[in-house]
Ligand binder design. Structure first.
Ligand SMILES: [Zn+2]
Length: 322
């Protein structure tokens, strides 16, 4: 039986059940928070862990059994805190390795690497592989997939370096990839090109945030190359309204793409990029229960079958991790 690593250890892929494929728990900038405490809101460790447990158990009460958390370097990944949450929630939590940047790589990598001041093999590859094989920072928790990003600035040198390191670590470990992309510059296509050049099988890649687009030409092009489309920002109606997100999925399914779609919110229990009350006012449905409470009922109402919902929530995530 194929299994996948979760925060609480390996789980049979058949037991993953209903999976939200892109949710964060905590997105934190530790350095800013330590030096400017209170900026955009105070942080209380115990209260935030308890809040995360409550929010995730609410999600689990809807029948969701697994969440996939692509919080990596650049987003404040800190596995001991996720372990505290995982111990008290009725959900499998799958974590990632990789790096998240729209521009440059962290300075800790800037001078270290092939052809750089300190010439050495790409250190990120070895670090990402070790997160998969040996576990993350002594926690024993193993990363089950890799994550990188390409946003509005496109394929900057830093973005490309991370993407190629992620691809190489994926090939070495056999683990799949999720890419944060921007629909505005169709950067999913650039990601597919770079990952293909490295030899990655595009059917093992989620093109994240594809659901911000209603452009069926763009979306079917990505899916026809074999990748999953992350219809994964439900609740971010400010980026694309709910109705358009839903009708795009309905049309893609009508055209036979159910096996290429995964669902999620890209929500977090706590993200320190925004003041919490401003965020809640701007995106009131940006939480872990919107897909269960509103999206699936809307899809069913428009003729999507329960089987097709199962394909997106259960079968596609399972295949991705196998
Ligand atoms: Zn995300």
């Amino acid at each position: 039986m194929p299994s996948v690593e979760t925060v609480r250890g390996p789980v049979d892929t058949a037991a993953l059940g209903n999976v939200l494929m892109h949710e964060h728990i905590f997105v934190l900038g530790t350095e800013v928070r330590q030096n400017f405490p209170g900026y955009l809101g105070a942080w209380d460790e115990d209260a935030q862990v308890a809040d995360a447990v409550a929010k995730l158990n609410e999600c689990a009460a809807r029948g969701i059994t697994t969440i996939v958390d692509p919080t990596v370097i650049g987003l404040g990944r800190y596995i001991p805190r996720v372990q505290r949450v995982a111990a008290d929630v009725n959900l499998h939590i799958i974590v990632a390795t990789g790096a998240y940047t729209y521009n440059d790589i962290p300075f800790q990598f800037h001078y270290n690497g092939p052809g750089l001041l300190f010439d050495m093999p790409e250190p990120m590859v070895e670090l990402f592989v070790s997160d998969v094989r040996d576990g993350i920072a002594g926690t024993g928790v193993k990363a089950a997939f890799l994550k990188c990003a390409i946003d509005a600035p496109g394929l900057t040198p830093g973005v490309e370096r991370v993407m190629r390191a992620v691809a190489q670590a994926s090939l070495e470990t056999g683990r799949p990839i999720t890419v944060h992309t921007s629909v505005h510059n169709e950067s999913g296509l650039i990601a597919q090109k770079v990952l293909s050049e490295e030899g990655v099988d595009l059917s093992r890649v989620v093109i994240g945030h594809s659901g911000d687009s209603a452009d069926l030409n763009y979306l079917t092009q990505l899916a026809d190359a074999g990748s999953y489309l992350g219809m994964d920002r439900f609740g971010l109606d400010v980026l694309l309204p709910f109705e358009q997100r839903v009708s795009t999925i309905v049309e893609l399914i009508r055209r036979g793409y159910a096996e290429r779609l995964v669902l999620s919110h890209d929500a977090s229990c706590y993200i320190d990029w925004f003041a919490s009350d401003a965020r809640a006012a701007a995106a009131p449905n940006w939480n872990y229960t919107h897909v269960s409470d509103h999206v699936i009922p809307a899809l069913l109402e428009r003729g999507v079958t329960a089987d097709q919902v199962k394909t997106m929530l259960v079968d596609n995530p399972r295949r991705y991790f196998e």
